[in-house]
Design a protein around this ligand. Structure first.
Ligand SMILES: [Cu+2]
Length: 523
């Protein structure tokens, strides 16, 4: 007769090993919302902030030990700065970090030989800002400003915020070690609001939520892992990587968090702050959402989407309507990857509706009153994205076959409209970022790569392809696709000075995919 064997399964003590993502349970931490920075004082009616970079302990996951990070005000992500359009503010970025870096510095890279070993400079990504406050890579400073780089001119940065309401972000930009400083935690959001946006009935306050997505890897003891060398190893150690792929997904500083939401509309400000990885976002089984903004602010009208690609440094704002999804759990996925990296976070529609949702998805957002036409360009620049091998047989990527330290070749004139054509000669897309301005993507056009490599002539192999629906607004970062010439158009209106343009894969930017850009005034 069937004697039932009673299985006594010992409840498995799920030992979390931070170095093994399979052992880390998902959706156990609530999504944190980064705190809002408060001004230290006002000077003649203008807000003055002091934000100090510090080493701190941060808990990425409930079941993991605390991790050493570097954070603005010791916070990871840094505090969100919120301003109004045209509101002038001052920020003194201070460095009180240790004198030794906790991540591996490759001293063969431009400007990273040191001393000092730990250099920082804060760039406000997407901002229309005077160059002295832009966070030029050579304007670095060490702890307590003891030493400074050659383009350092001021301790207190001034932001005029003369631009559309938008989700910008600030992050470290120190020459040669940007990838390490950002990976250590030096990144935060900067939100500009304007009157046009305020008039729209978009979800606001608790229903306006930032999602800062990054990938990380950890050692067994819970410390951040960043590879010291390539695989197989390069002859120099430590050595820069051609890319970094983490094995966990972090949103607002937590691993695979969950967010309890009400059955109503939410606005999500999404930033991909990863070193290398691009993602394609999808919610639930491919739920519809509406994109309302790109890097530089609102679109002319909302775009209905079910998937949304987002490259490093790109921002995208969406409205997701949970009103008919009461009780549901929806996973935000990354369809570019499989396994752990295909999961980002979860929305649990479990909160009761506090009050009637009076927010709207407007039919129109921002009027396009500054159309830029290719035929009106004052200057067209052809700029290649290339790769070669360095003396240690490592790949080194470059822009226009030049290195960072080569003389300036991009010198746009104030008042001019320029078209830049990024000619990608590599087999990998690169998110190209230009400081100071917001541009529009004109088109991508396939070309004959072999022919170009033979004689340097662009032979197009097809008609121009319109920008994707999700990139038809103001942008400061664009995916330069494989086999394509990607064209963007922009107008230089103010702020002459020393800026840069670069690939926003941080491992590329550091070696050596970054170039100076001098914005000049006509004599
Ligand atoms: Cu790149």
């Amino acid at each position: 007769m069937g004697v039932k064997k009673i299985q006594t399964i010992k409840p498995q003590v799920n030992k979390v090993d931070p170095s093994n993502p399979d052992t880390i349970p998902k959706f156990v931490d609530e999504l944190p919302i980064p705190s809002v920075a408060r001004p230290h004082k006002t000077i003649k009616g203008k807000s003055y902030y002091e934000i100090t970079m510090r080493e701190a302990k941060h808990r990425f996951h409930k079941h993991m030990p605390a991790t050493t990070v570097w954070g603005y005000d010791g916070l990871y992500p840094g505090p969100t700065i919120k301003v109004n359009r045209n509101e002038r503010i001052y920020v003194k970025w201070k460095n009180q970090l240790p004198l030794k870096h906790f991540l591996p510095i490759d001293r063969t890279l431009h400007g990273s030989a040191g001393p000092p070993e730990v250099r920082t400079v804060t760039h406000l990504h997407g901002a229309n800002v005077a160059w002295e406050s832009d966070g030029h890579p050579e304007a670095w400073f060490s702890r307590n400003f003891a030493e400074t780089g050659e383009t350092f001119t001021r301790k207190v940065y001034e932001y005029t915020n003369r631009q559309n309401g938008a989700t910008l972000w600030y992050h470290d930009h120190a020459i040669g070690i940007t990838r390490l400083n950002v990976y250590a935690g030096l990144a935060g959001l900067y939100i500009v609001r304007d009157a046009i946006e305020k008039k729209l009935k978009l979800p606001k306050n608790h229903y306006d939520i930032p999602l800062i997505i990054q990938d990380k890897s950890f050692n067994q003891d819970g410390s951040l892992f960043y590879p010291e060398n390539t695989d197989p190893p390069a002859p120099v150690n430590p050595s820069v990587q051609p890319f970094f792929n983490g094995n966990t997904m972090v949103v607002n500083g937590k691993l695979w968090p969950r967010l309890k939401v009400e059955p109503r509309k939410y606005r999500f400000r999404i930033l991909n702050a990863s070193n290398t990885n691009g993602y394609t976002l999808r919610i639930g089984d491919g739920r519809t959402f509406f994109q309302i903004a790109t890097d530089g602010g609102l679109l002319t009208k909302p775009v209905e989407l079910t998937t949304l690609p987002i490259e490093p440094a790109e921002r995208s704002e969406i409205i997701m309507d949970f009103s008919k999804l009461k009780g549901k759990r929806l996973i935000m996925q990354n369809t570019n990857d499989e396994g752990n990296m295909s999961v980002i976070m979860r929305f649990d529609v479990t909160l009761p509706l506090k009050q009637k949702d009076s927010s709207e998805i407007p039919t129109s957002l921002l009027p396009d009153n500054q159309p830029l036409e290719e035929k009106c360009a004052d200057k067209i620049r052809l700029l290649t994205l290339d790769a070669m091998q360095d003396e240690y047989n490592r790949p080194m990527m470059m822009l226009d076959n030049r290195m960072w330290h080569d003389p300036v070749t991009e010198k746009p004139v104030i008042g001019d409209t320029e078209v830049w054509r990024f000619i990608n000669l590599m087999n990998f897309p690169h998110p190209m970022h230009i400081h100071l301005i917001q541009f529009k993507v004109l088109h991508r056009r396939p070309f004959d790569l072999e022919r170009f490599q033979q004689d340097g002539n662009i032979q197009y192999t097809g008609p121009p392809i319109e920008p994707e629906p999700y990139e038809r607004g103001w942008k400061d970062t664009v995916r330069a696709d494989v086999g394509m010439v990607t064209s963007v158009i922009m107008k230089f209106t103010e702020n002459p000075g020393k800026y840069v343009w670069h690939c926003h894969i941080l491992e590329h930017e550091d070696y050596d995919m970054m170039r100076p850009m001098d914005v000049i005034e006509e004599d």
